[in-house]
Design a binder for this molecule. Structure first.
Ligand code: KE4
Length: 438
């Protein structure tokens, strides 16, 4: 484990200066700019397994994994082979290819609540389309989301959102007219009476409830017991569409996602991240009764130049086949190693007298710099983000790359080793000690 000798950062800093002269903040997604943790954003040049290397040749144990997609680790051989062989036949045709049905078959077999699925290019497109579809199906206008949940950056969903919106402390987004969010109702997570009250207030007007069944975007926050089943019963009674946003949890918390883990059947499911194997893919799906409203079959329009791209389909198929064929080995190991890591760091914090609580579901987790418990946005927001920033920096100096925000989940993947975990726990203990001295 490196000591606290300062990492070399000249190359990343030079690249950041070049990038920010042409790209806002030098990044193509805000959270990568390290704004809430300080310091120079990394410019990553290579990844292999559970490790990445930056432009200054610093090596890190990576607990972001591209924000969830790389559950098998970086440059996984079968995924790379699939991409290369697909690319040798051309990169995109704007026409149907056999690989789209191949990936659809893999997704539908793992998610029995879905009879049909449409592939798009991001989680944002998936949730934006699912909302539109729920409104088309119910002919209602209102949608319910939850404070601290993030479902991508489509206008109607940028209300009290989590992830980068919460990280940057912006309530929503400039450029979204009030009229575009007047039908969005944002409620506290893990509070069923708030949902009941909303359905009474907007009787027969609510098209859908969209929820992260395990929240990753206020940090990791699981649903309270009976919360998800409560949402299911209320939406069934009120004939509203229940959308599980499984962009992060799909194939992550279980092979069949949170709906398998908690045995809840949503009406629509949105996906992304893992199903693309590291290439851009999103998806939304559900029963034929709803999905057959989607053009060209029905009147709900959604389209995409690169939707179903053959390289992305090939990468997704390779990844899902690995997860399918090795799930009896992979998921129990992710559970065991993640528990060891999260508890080990928590124990180090206790020994150092650092207030730390944590939430974990499978291999997604967050350490909150506060006493906890963290069960919704209000409690997550009580975290000491300054302490988190210091911890992030100390861990980076010791070769551990965590999400650069208190309000993001971290991820452990199948390529992480026992050695990675022990090094990370040791780095955390040294980091807590260093924080105490400052
Ligand atoms: P994308 O449009 O970024 O592919 O997916 C949006 C999205 C939708 N739903 C959930 C539950 C999500 O977590 C996301 C995106 N996740 C963030 C990380 N919390 C992406 C990272 C980023 O914004 O750079």
């Amino acid at each position: 484990m490196p000591s606290t000798t300062m990492r070399k950062t000249e190359q990343s800093r030079r690249l950041q200066q070049r990038a920010e002269s042409m790209i806002p903040g030098g990044v193509n997604s805000p959270v990568r700019a390290f704004r809430s943790v300080g310091g120079d954003p990394l410019f990553v040049v290579r990844g292999k397994g559970s490790h990445i290397w930056d432009a200054d040749e610093n090596e890190y144990i990576d607990y972001i994994g591209s924000w969830g997609p790389l559950i098998l680790g970086h440059a996984e051989p079968t995924v790379l082979d699939a991409i290369v062989s697909a690319a040798c036949n051309g990169t995109s045709f704007g026409a149907s290819t056999p690989s789209e049905a191949d990936l659809a078959e893999l997704v539908l077999s793992a998610f029995p609540s879905m009879q049909k699925v449409r592939f798009v290019n991001s989680g944002t497109e998936a949730t934006m389309s699912a909302i539109r579809l729920a409104r088309a199906y119910t002919k209602r206008k209102y949608i319910i989301k939850f404070e601290g949940c993030y479902h991508g950056h489509a206008d109607p969903l940028l209300v009290k959102a989590g992830s980068g919106v919460a990280t940057l402390g912006i309530p929503g987004s400039a450029g979204v007219p009030e009229e575009f969010i007047m039908f969005t109702v944002a409620l506290p997570f893990n509070n069923l009476s708030a949902v009941e009250q909303a359905f009474q207030k907007y009787k027969h007007q609510i098209a859908c409830v969209i929820v992260e069944p395990v929240v990753g975007n206020m940090g990791c926050v699981p649903a309270a017991d009976d919360y998800l089943v409560g949402l299911r019963l209320i939406t069934e009674r009120e004939r509203a569409v229940l959308i599980f946003d499984e962009v992060m949890t799909g194939f992550r918390v279980a092979f069949g996602g949170a709906q398998e883990l908690y045995n809840i059947k949503p009406d629509l499911t949105t996906m992304g991240k893992i199903i693309g194997g590291g290439l851009p893919v999103g998806a939304y799906g559900g029963p034929k009764e709803i999905m057959d409203l989607v053009a060209p079959l029905g009147p709900m329009y959604q389209a995409g130049t690169l939707s179903g791209n053959p390289l992305a389909m090939a990468a997704g198929c390779a990844m899902l086949k690995q997860l399918r064929d090795r799930k009896a080995e992979i998921y129990p190991r992710l559970e065991k190693l993640s528990a060891e890591l999260v508890e080990g760091v928590a124990s180090g914090a206790r020994d150092a007298g650092v207030p730390l609580s944590h939430n974990r579901v499978g291999s997604m987790f967050t350490w909150f710099f506060q006493q906890g418990p963290v069960s919704d946005w209000d409690s997550a927001a009580k975290s000491d983000t300054e302490a988190f920033g210091k911890f992030f920096g100390e861990m980076l100096e010791r070769g551990v790359y965590l999400p650069p925000s208190q309000y993001e989940a971290a991820f452990l993947g199948a390529a992480h080793t026992e050695e990675d975990v022990q090094k990370t726990i040791q780095a955390a203990k040294l980091s807590f000690a260093a924080m105490r001295k400052k």
